[in-house]
Design a protein around this ligand. Sequence first.
Ligand SMILES: Nc1nc2c(c(=O)[nH]1)N[C@H]1C(S)=C(S)[C@@H](COP(=O)(O)O)O[C@H]1N2
Ligand SMILES: [Mo]
Length: 414
Amino acid sequence: MPKREIEGDWVMGWPDRKRPVLVAGKDSQGRVINGRAPITELEGLITPTDAYYVVNQLEVPEPIHPDDWVLTIGGEVGRPIEMSLRDLQKLPGRTVRAVTECAGNDAGFFDYLTKGGKKPSRINQQDMQSRAAMREQRAVPSTEEIGNESTTTCAMSAGEFTGVPLAEVLKKAGLKAGAVSVRMEGFDRGQPDLAVQYRSVGRSDFKLVDPGVINYEKGLPLEKALHPDTLLAWSMNGEYLLHIHGAPVRAVVPGWSGNWWVKWLQKIEVLNHVPQCYYQKHYFVYGSSPEDPDKEMITAMGVRCIIIDPLDEDSPLERGAHKIRGLAWSGMGAITRVEVSLDEGRTWRDAHLEEPRERWLWVRWSYLWEVDKPGQYRIMARATDEKGRVQPQIPWNYQRKHFDGIVPTDVTIV
Ligand SMILES: Nc1nc2c(c(=O)[nH]1)N[C@H]1C(S)=C(S)[C@@H](COP(=O)(O)O)O[C@H]1N2
Ligand SMILES: [Mo]
């Protein structure tokens, strides 16, 4: 066996193992505007900051100096207030470790599992640079391009976030009795990218709703807004937020998909209704088609489990003992069980859940597989949560959001 690579990188002048590197797309000034995380290379639980995935629906705004930044809190409150970063930092703080996952992550597997066809690669190293260029040109992709482009597995990461519960800020302003939702507005402004919208659906032969130039915004239902782990965060992984992740302050909404985690916050508005924001009503929705009149906003992620080792690409494998490893998490409830099947799902055996099992973080799991007969093998894994929900929980929807199906790994044993 060839020796596995050790001196992959020079870090602080010393040779080290290869480090996970973000696959990024840059704008014409060389600034990263999107990125895919090399999640199958994750060791441990927390994604290093410079390998954290990046998704932006609108143009990335120019940075605001933290000293010039104020957050306005108004609407259905007793005392509308303005708070600086220092004001926020005077309130009781909180740290939460949570998975951020883009609602469109793994969308390509929806079609593979329902219609069959070619299995998308577990990690789709998309050409993020050509995406960035298309975005700047505002080009509408052809159906062929859409067919080749789906985000698999790398639009998710996990981090440690420090900030203040949104509930503390709302308490300070004083919620009025009629409060129903909390609109969070970012200071990024622009027109939604048509290419992104068409890719989400997987075709470009229908008419999109075009809201024109808007700020990114979402109206968080009050119950989730008041959950103590819903934060206004200024820190990620032990340091101040990077600009691309929403500095000075972003929302952290554990268990709910990334689109709820509004970056570059500038305004919080308490409402007596759920607002019809573009990204709430037209894009991050469940529905049967673009014409469906009963679209429903998406909220919590489903029950998720992925195999990160081995991957299809690792095939062929030699006979003997192999450790099957993966990650499991859920927006719906704590993970209590992961099972592995080696016979197309006929029988399932418990995998070992590795501690810790934090509620909003993923759980690492492993299964020792002894295999001595050469042949084709299909490895499947599925997670169960504390309420007994077994994946998948989320049905196919035309926007292909919140995929939580069981994606097998196929390997040959020689
Ligand atoms: N202001 C603002 N917040 C935003 C977005 C955006 O376009 N503008 N994109 C959302 C989406 S769709 C995702 S998946 C997450 C990604 O967060 P990250 O780039 O820090 O990983 O940010 C969310 N918050
Ligand atoms: Mo997203």
